[in-house]
Design a protein around this ligand. Structure first.
Ligand SMILES: [Zn+2]
Length: 231
């Protein structure tokens, strides 16, 4: 759209930063320039054997792992994730996927990855939310990296997403056999990137890896939008 038309549109239909609530200029999308700069990036992708990788070692065959932002309760990233998950802001997911892919692209993080696989939602949750936030993130990453996204590989068998009140042991037990791998024969010798919004214990990612454990020479990497600050 032409610049002046954008300016008029912003005047008639003002758009606001999802983090600080300030009106956006015509060149800004979802986040104002200041919030975008201030996002607490972890830069963990630049660290060999980073804490996310260490947390997953021994639990799954892992190539590499990173999380883009640090998640603090009541912080910028929690507002961002709440918008993405609970306020119907699906396009924000694509935007954030693009942001993280652009930031990580300068490193070798995406090298050799064959497919981007978003963590699936259970179909009842998908119906409720209308979209899968991890799929929106994965789509943004795919657009920047040109690595194909596959949503037909992993299926969630049980609705295990709401488990905030459960103890860590219960969470792990609850997630066992929670996922199923479709088209395993296609994945022999491939390298997939699992994408999710928030990393806490890593239990969900490990459950996905478990579902793929019969596939010969499959390599798995993990990228999440955020990681809990106390992890
Ligand atoms: Zn802002």
């Amino acid at each position: 759209m032409m610049g002046w038309l954008n300016d008029i549109m912003d005047y008639v239909f003002p758009r606001y930063c999802v983090v600080c609530g300030q009106a956006l200029s015509s060149s800004e999308n979802f986040l104002c320039a200041e919030c975008l700069i201030r996002l607490p990036r972890t830069n963990l992708h630049l660290q060999k054997d980073n804490d996310i990788e260490k947390n997953l070692w021994g639990k799954m065959p892992l190539e590499r792992a990173s999380a883009y932002l640090r998640y603090h309760k009541k912080g910028m990233v929690s507002t961002l994730v709440a918008n993405l998950k609970y306020k119907g802001n699906a396009r924000l997911g694509v935007f954030m996927g693009r942001c993280m892919a652009k930031d990580l692209q300068g490193s070798s993080f995406f090298a050799g990855i064959d497919f981007i696989v978003p963590l699936p939602l259970h179909k009842s949750r998908l119906k409720q939310r209308g979209y899968n936030q991890s799929e929106q993130l994965a789509q943004g990453i795919s657009l920047v990296t040109n690595i194909p996204m596959r949503t037909d590989i992993l299926v969630r068998k049980r609705n295990t997403e709401t488990q905030t009140l459960k103890s860590e042991v219960q969470r792990w037990e609850n997630l066992q056999d929670g996922f199923e791998c479709r088209s395993p024969e296609e994945l022999t010798g491939k390298h997939i990137l699992l994408v999710d919004d928030v990393m806490t214990t890593g239990a969900t990612v490990v459950a996905c890896a478990d579902a793929c454990n019969k596939i010969p020479r499959l390599r798995i990497s993990v990228l999440t939008l955020s990681v809990a600050a106390d992890m």
